[in-house]
Every structure is written in C-alpha cells, then in structure tokens.
Design a protein around this ligand. Sequence first.
Ligand code: GLV
Ligand code: MN
Length: 203
Amino acid sequence: ADPDPVQDFCVAAAPGGHYNSSYSTTYPGFPCKPSSLVVSDDFFFAAHASGASTDNSNGAAVTPGNVEAFPGLNTLGLSINRVDLAPGGVNPLHTHPRSAELVHVEAGEMLVGFVSTEGRFYSKVVRAGESFVIPRGMMHFQYNVGAGAARAMTVFNSQLPGVVLAAQSLFGAEPEIPDAVLAKSFQVDADTIKLLKSKFRKG
Ligand code: GLV
Ligand code: MN
C-alpha cells in the first residue's frame, strides 16, 4: 500500500520518531540516513525474539516492528508485529487504515476474523504454521481459543500501518465524543455509553 522506493534503501534517520514529527514531513516516510553511516544493524531487528507480557485485561500483547521501531524498513512498504495471547486472550477489534495484514500463527490456535464492508464476518481457527489474511482497513481481531499460550507474527504491506482500536477510539477519545452521538449511534441509552467510557477514558 506504500509508494514504491526510488533507491536501494533509505534507513530512517529518526529512529523512534513519530510520523507526525517535524522529521516525517518528507514524503514518503522519514528522511534517509547518509549511506556512509549505514551499517548492517540498520537492517536487523531483534525485538521479536521475545514477547511482551500478556498480564493485562485483554490477555494480549502486540510488539510492533514498524518503521518507528525498525528504521531500515523506511520506504520498503512492509513491517511486522509479534502478537502474544494468553489462554482466552484477545487482541481487540481494530483496523489498519494503510495496510492489509497477513497473520501467520507460530504457536497455539487463534480464531482470526474480520468484517467486510458488506457486513459479512469471515473467520477461521488458525493453528501453528497456518496463515490468514486481513484485507486493508477491515475491522479484525485474534482470539486465543487453545489451551495454552498462542503466538503469531503479523506482516503488513506498509512501513507504518496505523492502528484504530475500535473501543478505544469511540469510548476513549480525547476530548470525548458526546454521549448523545454515541447513544444514537449504538441505539442504547446514555448510561450504557457512560459505562463504556468509564472503561476506556483515562481521566
Ligand atoms: C494484529 O492484528 C496486529 O495488528 O498486529
Ligand atoms: Mn491488526
């Protein structure tokens, strides 16, 4: 989904920088580190050798491997995450505005699913060695339906896919979306919206 590169590589000069920072106003992505300073380690990423803790309310951890974490990806149009799920854990409903996602399960079994623009739900239980693809922009999740821990690598055709977390963006927005808008949108009363906001708003 990203533009084609116009040189062999363009190692991002601002590792850990933000897409909206002054560094990233150069299109596409980040400015290039001078070639004379580029080293093999710029093309290497070790952060997925272990997973983050799944000891949280979702029982899930996503360790990103996008251009912000892995500068060598800049302008190459791809990235990779590691997803760890405790038994019963869910990587909650979200979309990626700039990328499709290939989910390759490495351990355990996950129900992986997305909803199309026609409102159709597509899902499969995906086991170690198997893959499932989420088309760009579709609402999706992974849910550990096995007895043990589950792990997947997720691969994107964007260096920075972007994440819109469904519940967080609707009920945790800052400043808040008016209760009346959410209540009408979800066809429930304002008290139900307040309850949901209490779970997703920080303040
Ligand atoms: C999984 O859905 C991910 O976005 O890494
Ligand atoms: Mn995803």
